[in-house]
Design a protein around this ligand. Sequence first.
Ligand code: TXA
Ligand code: MG
Length: 347
Amino acid sequence: MYCVKNTLCWSSNDLKNPENQQLIKNVIEQGNLIIFPTETVYGIGANGLNPEAAKRIYEAKGRPSDNPLILHIANRLDLYRYVRYVNEEAEKLMDAFWPGPLTLVFEKNETVPFETTGGLNTVAIRFPKNEIAQMVIDLAGVPLAAPSANISGKPSSTRFDHVYEDFNGRVEIIIDGGPSEIGLESTVIDMTSDIPTILRPGYVTRQMIEKTLNHEVNDVSDTKPTGAVKSPGMKYTHYKPIGDVVLIRGDIKAMSTYVKQQRLRHEGHSMAVICETEYASYFEGNVFVLGSKSNQNEMAHNLFKALRDMDKQSIEYIYIHYLDNNALGYALMNRLEKAAGYQIVDL
Ligand code: TXA
Ligand code: MG
């Protein structure tokens, strides 16, 4: 296909070719890297049981090595090969949401190297629903450690051109699965605490989890990056475009006025607004629409693309309308607050 510099770029069709299937096995066996689609975001995967392979992932992403990786499996029973103990509540959550966008954290056993878990005694396990992801994991014959396929700190990748831009020439294979169906990373929940604790909100919402378990769970995902953090991923800068990002909370007409004022202040600089479809007409100039405010799935689908488009168009000042915080909106705002470095203006 269309890649250069030692990277093979495949479509899902190329996966049917037996020679290519063998190549996947070889690449994984040699501890090298494959980028593949999942239903959430693209992942950059390698053998999660091989310490050297895990190191290559950190290197390729430029990711601090104490930020643990998720182990991806393609068969629920494989879970028991890597963890010490699976409680009844975890079984309930897997019944309800696997395969799918829910990652569970367990005590790890000795099979899983500390290089994969960033030195932790726990391991995060995910069984993705995407068929290409399942096929790649099956072919690999080992669980794949796979963080989101973005250079550390940048927005996650939800389109082929995102991974191409970040990793062409730096991984062995990229598989194009089209735009990610969901567009937000999986929900991460710690099952080692007495009460399950949400570490990262995602497509599977707190309400869905509580309904399944029939009781309340903890949520530490909105902890700002100061003090003690439960999930190492929470302490690093994330999703940040190069430009200055501000979230604007409040009435849309007030935001419209505010943005006009900023336009005068930053004359000669590039500016953009990111908002819901319904509000686009309140702004002039560059307006990036996430989707309808009544369609959170659509907004999730476009979120990381919008953030990456800011850099593509060299936008210096970015104003994002604060979305409704309910249901999936909670996960959307979790990403946007990080993208804004927690800069919020209340009008
Ligand atoms: O949807 C997803 O989960 C995507 C796709 C590729 O599967 N993967 C992904 O991986 O988002 P990554 O590495 O970008 O994010 C993993 C998150 C990080 O915040 C990390 O700190 C947390 O999960 N995590 C991983 N292992 C953990 C552990 N043992 N304890 C606590 N948090 C953990
Ligand atoms: Mg990530």
